[in-house]
Design a protein. Structure first.
Length: 256
């Protein structure tokens, strides 16, 4: 892994800025896929970061400084990497870069019983306050699953602890609406724009009745879900085509 703190590359990976913002989880982050020395969908990631900063009343560092920092840390990088940009409320910022590990062919999901609030102060914000999501992953792991599915106070499907959700029904591709409290994911945003994915509210039972279920994120892009609770999902031809078409379109235009 590589580390850059406040614009300076660090040889000691333990040299994170010590501050109340880190201790209290007060800040934002973006996880960005890089291919070699290029970032994927940087403009969209920055736009989301900028919007979130305004919502939680923190001041971002100068964009040029962040972009120079990104150039420094991805210099000489090869293959696919996970770049995480962290901006803290007290003004510090840092970036980490590490290779993308090989993901599972498909993942398993369980329902999380505790609701995710749809209109909370941090709903839809990519906050470094990540305890709720990590607890859901631990609960899922303890039960033999990879991740957990959040429902909101209205029992609408929201997202998993780590990804947005995409389902295939008789009416085509569907993803939870932003009104559920889900994160406005970048891959989700592009799927809606490019492949006529419909945003709407739906219940857990409809997800279980779907023809196919997928998790979407900036790193894994579109990942098949093979199991939700006791319901098994086979490979789906339309899903396989969507995975290939999305990846091809994205990589042909790295900054859509």
């Amino acid at each position: 892994m590589k580390l850059l703190v406040n614009g300076v590359l660090q040889e000691d990976l333990g040299k994170l800025p010590y501050s109340n913002s880190i201790l209290r989880g007060d800040g934002l982050f973006e996880t960005i896929l890089t291919i070699g020395q290029k970032t994927v969908a940087w403009e969209r990631h920055y736009a989301r970061l900028e919007k979130s900063a305004k919502q939680i009343l923190i001041t971002l560092q100068a964009r040029i400084d962040i972009e120079v920092g990104i150039e420094k840390i991805i210099a000489n990088a090869t293959g696919e990497s996970r770049l995480r940009l962290n901006v803290l409320a007290d003004g510090d910022w840092f970036i980490t870069l590490e290779p993308v590990s090989e993901g599972k062919e498909s993942i398993s999901l369980m329902k999380i019983n505790e609701p995710k609030i749809s209109k909370g102060a941090l709903s839809g914000i990519k906050s470094i306050s990540y305890g709720e999501s990590l607890l859901a992953v631990r609960k899922a792991s303890a039960a033999g699953f990879d991740d957990g599915i959040f429902l909101n106070e209205n029992e609408d499907v929201v997202e998993t602890a780590l990804s947005n959700l995409l389902i295939l029904t008789e009416d085509g591709w569907q993803t939870p609406a932003l009104s559920t409290g889900c994160l406005p994911g970048i891959s989700r945003e592009l799927l809606i724009k490019w492949f006529e994915v419909n945003e709407r509210e739906f219940k857990f039972e409809e997800l279980l009745d779907a023809k196919a279920v997928y998790a979407t994120s900036s790193i894994r892009l579109i990942q098949p879900v093979g199991k939700v609770e006791d319901r098994l999902f086979d490979k789906n031809l339309l899903g396989e085509e969507l995975i290939e078409n999305f990846k091809s379109k994205l990589f042909s235009n790295m900054n859509p």
